[in-house]
Design a protein around this ligand. Structure first.
Ligand SMILES: Cc1cc2nc3c(=O)[nH]c(=O)nc-3n(C[C@H](O)[C@H](O)[C@H](O)COP(=O)(O)OP(=O)(O)OC[C@H]3O[C@@H](n4cnc5c(N)ncnc54)[C@H](O)[C@@H]3O)c2cc1C
Length: 257
């Protein structure tokens, strides 16, 4: 998602080239940015130095020490997060509409909540595949799942794609579902190149960039909502913060501070 759509800011959005598995353009288009004359660069950033301003960054293929870096006065990290396992969906609202669905490894708190609150709302019927004969989720979270008539829990189950096997009875069956969801809590934020330089939580989500001039927006810091509409708001806040910082710095420079 291009974030630097503010006129008169010399923003340089990089959209990556299959970065983190996404085609150029991310999951949205950047038409609005183009209207403001923004030039979007389809290259991946593979190395950054955020130790001081101007910040330095290197494009893929140029990350050697002696290669000259590009520089920026502010950086907005919006590299997104994706499902850890390819071929699986991790967005209940996006991919769940009116279809029979299966949640793989869905016995924990987050997956249980997601299956009950979102998948049942959108999917036709939900199969939750659980390794053991009980759920990992707390009882208070598990009860709505167990009681929901739209959900069938397949206990003691092993699976490969749509094939399932009950390890107690030995019975096997192919699930008749349109979509497989991995445990919906498992996403991987694309923050590897930033992790030693800005603060992340144990899963790699950026909590607080803690570096003045570096901002994080959208799915790299939001594991709760992850929707297009919330992305726009989060991106907009980051851009306005970056703009404010640049204007403040320019004013200080003019005042000779
Ligand atoms: C399959 C799918 C369907 C979805 N459907 C819906 C929907 O129907 N409704 C809805 O509201 N939401 C939907 N979403 C969620 C929504 O698209 C995201 O919440 C939103 O796009 C996140 O914005 P973002 O900027 O974090 O990521 P993205 O829009 O994915 O943009 C991230 C960009 O960063 C680039 N990038 C990553 N690493 C680097 C790097 N090192 N260097 C340079 N560039 C890099 C990527 O190439 C990409 O262009 C869907 C998501 C997915 C995956």
């Amino acid at each position: 998602m291009g974030l630097g759509c503010i006129a008169n800011l010399n923003s340089v959005p990089f959209e990556g080239f299959m970065a983190n598995g996404f085609a150029a353009g991310g999951q949205r288009t950047a038409t609005q940015c183009l209207r403001f004359g923004t030039r979007i660069i389809t290259e991946t950033i593979s190395r950054v130095d955020l130790s001081h301003c101007p910040f330095r960054y290197w494009r893929e293929g140029q990350e050697e020490e002696d290669e000259e870096s590009d520089t920026a006065d502010t950086v907005i990290v919006a590299t997104s997060a994706s499902a850890k396992e390819s071929g699986m969906s991790a967005c209940a609202v996006c991919d769940g509409l009116n279809r029979p669905l299966a949640v793989i490894g869905g016995g924990g708190d987050s997956a249980t909540e997601e299956a009950t609150s979102k998948l049942t709302k959108y999917g036709a019927h939900i199969y939750v595949l659980v390794h053991r004969d009980k759920l990992r989720a707390l009882d208070i979270m598990a009860k709505p799942l167990v009681d929901n008539p739209k959900i069938s829990i397949l206990w003691d189950t092993r699976w490969k794609n749509l094939w399932t096997r009950n390890v107690q009875t030995g019975s096997e069956k192919d699930l008749d579902v349109n979509r497989l969801f991995h445990d919906l809590s498992i996403h991987e934020p694309a923050t590897a190149i930033f992790r030693t330089q800005i603060q992340t939580d144990p899963n790699g989500y950026i909590i607080n960039t803690s570096v003045r001039g570096v901002f994080a927006a959208v799915d790299v810091r939001d594991k709760r909502y992850s929707q297009a509409i919330t992305s726009v708001g989060s991106g907009c806040i980051a851009v306005l913060e970056a703009e404010r910082l640049i204007v403040e710095s320019q004013e200080k420079e003019m005042m000779g501070e």
